[in-house]
Design a protein around this ligand. Structure first.
Ligand SMILES: *[C@@H]1O[C@H](CO)[C@@H](O)[C@H](O)[C@H]1NC(C)=O
Ligand SMILES: *[C@@H]1O[C@H](CO)[C@@H](O)[C@H](O)[C@H]1NC(C)=O
Ligand SMILES: *[C@@H]1O[C@H](CO)[C@@H](O)[C@H](O)[C@H]1NC(C)=O
Ligand SMILES: *[C@@H]1O[C@H](CO)[C@@H](O)[C@H](O)[C@H]1NC(C)=O
Ligand SMILES: *[C@@H]1O[C@H](CO)[C@@H](O)[C@H](O)[C@H]1NC(C)=O
Length: 664
């Protein structure tokens, strides 16, 4: 009798225990304000914004954001009487999110609902890795990673189906199952399109039934859970999920960035998670307001910059007789070292009136050398440490020895405290971009354009092959092509890009370059090569023919990415339709067609498919005919224009349309 009673008691206790575990394993966040704000473990770029919005990433490049429920969830019940017999629980979750890309239509990169062993995922990579894994971990069974990715970039390396998909990833970034983002309204079986990166709030449901190994994902722009899932996948998660796991979200940006928001989240073990009511959630502030803030911020910083310049001028004037030249500076071989006083005088105390342009790399001033009356351009680069400047000067002694009629000659340099001043030949006619985009004062004729690109091509051959060591330019773009008195194209800023990325670790290396000119492999490898220069040169060729930027925010959506659009017209048999209308049909058809073709060849997704600069110059000089432009057999298929974009996993600081770097 007593025995039976104990048995019953044990049974009841076990049952209680099981239900108790299940009961405590449930949460519901209608926004992340108040107490729930402290109820999340955040790292990387993730923050709780005012009003309780969980922001995983902002529009900064290559950031990761993680937000996990702070305590691990128990996913398995272990039978005490036989420790090998464990049973996986079912789970269910619902969350509301929005993805706001920095540039409409170009998402970067996405986020994932994540179940993992750790809440920090410390060694994960950004970009296409979504902050989940790193290249060494791909596919390793000891990852114990389950993720449902909401991916807005098509990455060929991971066999992504398009740039708007939902996928289930098990220990890997290659999805085991993926579908195009879509939804079934209410109980209708009529599938509708849904853009993940529309910036609108979308609710997602992920349900796993462990009794029949069924995983289902649903999406909807509304508050009601659709009857039909868009993704159904039969999978046994018990080898993936361990007893105790963290649940949460991981997001990342690459060279292209999106802001990823989570508005609310519910989760439940062994039961259906409560659906969120979208109108009860915190909402995004009106974008206009941020724009005003931005304008206010910009004008404020402009005023501050002006104030800083005046102050600096004042200080410089006071300090101009106190230049200290250190021993190492005297040992620098090669280019001439200018006394600071001379440059100061030449640029009239770096007056704003003498400012030719400015960008990420520094300000460029016009000057006239006092003694010789020679016109110069002075680029001023500031750095935080003198040691850096010293490293840079050693690079400068190399760059100073490069000489070619299609390069802007470096005349000399000067160091003043932590500022490095580089002195170049002054190029009267400014940079090429000013003649191509927006409303140029002067329209270049086809003859002029052709001469310019041939010159730039020769300059690149010199850098790549003809000098004593290979120099990779890294930032070939219209803004870096300067025009001399005879309207010859000359490349500026060569060898400098390397200087800007010192000291970064490989996973965060700033990829130097400009959006639209960056070869797709650059984001993955981060390693610039002569072929990535060729890629940028291809973008330049197409720009010169079309009079358009490689990525144009103002163009029609289908014209957004220049190379796609050119390729499409090419395939449609209307290649001349892309030619800059401002040329008024006055151009050599054979030359234009050849340049378009070479531009497309250089834009091949696979680096090994691109010609070398020497081959390119042979084509441009019409010594040999370029091979036919064919469908790129690599990962990227030019034939599928809409799903393929050479920038899909790429992007950069600012597209050239927003860049301020006007060159000199
Ligand atoms: C975006 O997030 C990153 C990472 O937390 C941070 O360093 C950066 O300052 C943020 N940028 C803006 C504009 O808020
Ligand atoms: C636990 O394991 C024992 C022995 O394998 C088995 O008899 C029992 O039914 C299991 N209990 C549960 C709740 O699975
Ligand atoms: C998988 O990961 C484990 C733990 O990090 C490591 O010890 C093992 O070497 C990895 N296996 C492979 C094939 O990389
Ligand atoms: C998921 O995909 C990976 C890589 O493609 C594969 O190794 C693994 O076996 C798959 N897992 C399941 C459960 O199908
Ligand atoms: C939905 O998407 C498909 C494929 O992406 C496209 O062909 C179709 O036109 C879209 N439908 C609507 C209504 O936008």
């Amino acid at each position: 009798m007593a025995k039976t009673r104990t048995l019953v008691l044990v049974c009841v206790l076990t049952l209680l225990l099981v239900t108790d575990i299940a009961k405590s394993q449930e949460f519901f966040f209608n926004g992340f304000g108040g107490a729930s704000a402290t109820n999340m473990a955040l790292n990387g770029g993730a923050v709780i914004e005012h009003k309780g919005l969980l922001r995983l990433t902002n529009n900064t490049q290559r950031v990761i954001g993680h937000a996990f429920y702070p305590t691990p969830i128990q996913f398995k019940h272990t039978n005490k009487s036989s420790s090998t017999d464990t049973k996986l629980f079912s789970f269910s979750t619902a969350f509301a999110f929005a993805i706001i890309p920095q540039y409409p239509k170009l998402g970067g990169h996405g986020f994932a609902f994540t179940i993992s062993r750790s809440a920090s995922l410390a060694n994960a990579y950004p970009s296409q890795y979504l902050g989940l894994l790193n290249p060494k971990e791909l596919g390793n069974f000891s990852n114990h990673l389950f993720a449902v990715e909401f991916d807005t970039v098509q990455d060929f390396e991971f066999e992504d189906i398009n740039d708007n998909h939902v996928g289930v990833n098990l220990n890997n970034m290659v999805s085991n199952k993926s579908v195009e983002a879509a939804f079934f309204p209410e109980d209708s079986a009529n599938k509708q399109n849904l853009s993940l990166k529309s910036g609108k709030v979308i609710q997602a449901w992920v349900d796993y039934d462990s009794s029949n190994n069924q995983l289902e994902v649903r999406l909807s722009p509304t508050s009601s859970k659709p009857t039909y899932p868009i993704l159904k996948y039969k999978v046994d998660l018990s080898p993936i999920l361990q007893d105790s796991m963290y649940v949460g979200f991981s997001a990342s940006t690459g060279l292209l960035a999106s802001t990823h928001y989570i508005f609310g989240w519910s989760f439940k073990i062994n039961g259906e998670a409560k659906t969120l009511s979208l109108h009860n959630l915190p909402s995004l502030s009106v974008p206009n307001k941020t724009q005003n803030h931005l304008i206010l911020g910009l004008s404020l910083s402009f005023i501050l910059t002006l104030a800083a310049i005046s102050l600096a001028c004042y200080l410089f004037r006071r300090m101009k007789n106190t230049e200290v030249i250190e021993a190492w500076e005297r040992d620098v071989v090669g280019p001439h070292r200018f006394p600071y006083k001379e440059l100061h005088k030449a640029t009239k105390c770096f007056k704003d009136k003498n400012l030719l342009g400015f960008g990420g790399s520094g300000r460029v001033y016009k000057g006239v050398l006092p003694k010789t009356h020679m016109e110069i351009a002075v680029k001023r680069i500031s750095h935080e440490s003198k040691q850096r400047v010293q490293e840079f000067v050693s690079e400068v002694s190399t760059i100073g020895r490069l000489r070619h009629r299609n390069l802007v000659q470096l005349l000399g340099w000067c160091r003043k405290q932590n500022d490095l001043l580089l002195v170049y030949d002054f190029m009267k006619n400014g940079s090429l971009d000013r003649y191509l985009f927006d409303q140029p004062k002067k329209i270049l004729t086809w003859e002029e354009r052709f001469k310019i690109i041939k010159g730039v091509g020769l300059g690149l051959v010199y850098l790549h092959e003809e000098w004593e060591q290979t120099v990779i330019h890294r930032d070939v773009k219209a803004g870096n092509v300067l025009l001399d008195n005879e309207m010859n194209g000359r490349l500026g800023d060569f060898g400098l890009a390397k200087l800007y990325e010192h000291g970064a670790n490989p996973s965060t290396t700033r990829v130097v370059g400009t959006m639209g000119y960056l070869a797709p492999e650059l984001t993955r490898t981060g390693k610039p090569t002569t072929s990535s220069d060729v890629y940028a040169f291809g973008a330049l060729l197409l720009e010169v023919v079309c009079g358009r930027r490689p990525i144009d925010m103002k163009a029609l959506p289908e014209e957004l990415v220049l190379v796609d659009w050119v390729w499409e017209r090419w395939r449609m048999g209307a290649p001349l339709a892309v030619v800059d209308s401002r040329l008024g049909n006055v151009f050599d058809e054979v030359e234009v067609l050849m340049v378009i073709k070479v531009g497309l060849l250089c834009s091949a997704e696979a680096p090994e498919k691109r010609p070398s600069m020497r081959q390119v110059v042979r084509y441009l000089e019409m010594e040999v005919a370029p091979p036919p432009a064919v469908v790129d057999g690599g990962g990227g298929c030019y034939g599928e224009l809409h799903s393929y974009s050479p920038w899909s996993s790429v992007g950069d600081d600012v597209p050239s349309s927003l860049s301020l770097s006007g060159g000199r």
